[in-house]
Design a protein around this ligand. Structure first.
Ligand code: GLU
Length: 373
């Protein structure tokens, strides 16, 4: 496997950039406009290069606490929840101003980690994000800390993990974690002045013990959560770079394949979603005709016109077997329930609304949710 960054990153299409609290506030307690302007400007350049970009932003709690002049004790969660709601709107206003200067529109998305395990939430999120990207909008994501106490408490979640899950579910090719550390060191650099930066990590499991767990003063993500993020990215076939937000043009250079920070590379060729679909229990079966089977084998979506029969009970978001002439040819995540799929079998897509009284999608199963067996 090559470790040449330019080679590794030459086909990158979707980039997720995670910006930590300490980067946004530059160690102070209000947002650093100059830094946010610089992120927006670099994102514009990356987008001008034809790539799709999503931002995962931290900083809501830190900025909100400062605005409210609140100084909670470590376990005083309600103040942090309140601060998150104050800080989030300040944060989005600032992001919006910075991106406006680049002629870019942004969208706010607040998530709880259950989008990862709940198929329906995931599908809704994915459809919304894909639509935003198709309109050239930059999604700006944060945890919904107001209702998500576990994340605030930093016991189970944080924005490092969240950004890796976003990469995994959105099939991103590269996650860039911008932080106040400039990469992974062979030892904790805060304790050992001679610690050396590791430029490339091929096997994240081999470095799990390399760094201690320095917890930032204002953010919640130490190195441990970044390595966990690297593991999630690895399994999803996504590369990850940890780099210092203080470096000039760090985003543009990281995407271009310059030697910034630490890159975690992955040799997983099959996206995790495909592996998941392949192994998932099917809730029912869709029988397709020869035309439908041919379309699937050509990596196209499954349309209602190609459906002959439906058996079993399933809902939108469930995995189903796709069978032709008694042979299992594919599995996929359906966008229609068994009942609706049965009612529209054999019909052209433009008749779906008339028959069902509603239409969610032209495709019964979209190509990106189909795995050939
Ligand atoms: N979601 C938190 C915030 O916006 C930050 C979590 C983190 O630092 O990872 O303040």
């Amino acid at each position: 496997m090559t470790t040449d960054r330019r080679e590794l990153l030459k086909d990158v299409d979707t980039v997720v950039i995670k910006v930590g609290t300490s980067s946004i506030t530059r160690g102070g307690n209000t947002v650093c406009t100059e830094f946010m302007d610089s992120v927006a400007e670099q994102v514009r350049r990356v987008k001008d290069d034809g790539k799709k970009v999503l931002i995962v932003t931290s900083g809501a709690i830190g900025v909100g606490l400062a605005a409210m002049d609140a100084h909670p004790k470590p376990r005083e969660i309600p103040i942090r929840q309140a601060a998150a709601s104050v800080g989030q709107s300040i944060l989005m206003q600032r992001w919006s101003e910075s991106f406006q200067k680049q002629g870019l529109l942004i969208a706010q998305i607040l998530l709880t980690l259950d989008f990862y395990s709940d198929r329906e939430k995931y599908l809704n999120l994915r459809n919304a994000i894909q639509t935003l990207l198709s309109y050239d909008v930059v999604p700006v994501i944060n945890e919904n800390d107001v209702i998500c106490v576990k994340e605030i408490d930093a016991m189970f979640g944080d924005n490092d993990t969240l950004s890796a899950y976003v990469c995994s579910k959105m099939d991103a090719d590269l996650l860039i974690i911008l932080s106040d550390v400039d990469g992974l060191y062979d030892r904790n650099p805060k304790l050992f002045p001679d610690a050396k930066l590791i430029p490339v990590v091929e096997d994240v499991s081999s470095v799990l013990g390399a760094a201690g767990d320095p917890v930032d003063r204002v953010g919640t993500g130490g190195m441990k959560t970044k390595l966990k993020a690297a593991e999630i990215c690895h399994d999803a076939g996504c590369s990850m770079i940890i780099a210092s937000s203080a470096e000039d043009d760090v985003i543009v250079r990281a995407v271009r394949g310059d030697d910034v920070g630490t890159i975690f590379i992955t040799d997983t060729r099959e996206p995790k979603k495909s592996i998941w679909i392949r192994g998932a229990r099917s809730s029912g079966t869709i029988v397709v005709d020869a035309g439908g089977a041919k379309a699937l084998r050509n990596h196209m979506s499954l349309l209602s016109v190609g459906i002959r029969d439906v058996s079993g009970r399933f809902d939108r978001g469930d995995v189903v077997d796709i069978v032709c002439d008694d042979e299992l040819i594919a599995k996929g995540i359906t966008d229609y329930s068994s009942e609706d799929a049965f009612r529209i079998r054999g019909l052209r897509s433009d008749r779906i609304a008339e028959v069902l009284g509603h239409k969610s999608y032209d495709d019964v199963i979209r190509s990106e949710n189909i795995v050939l067996m």
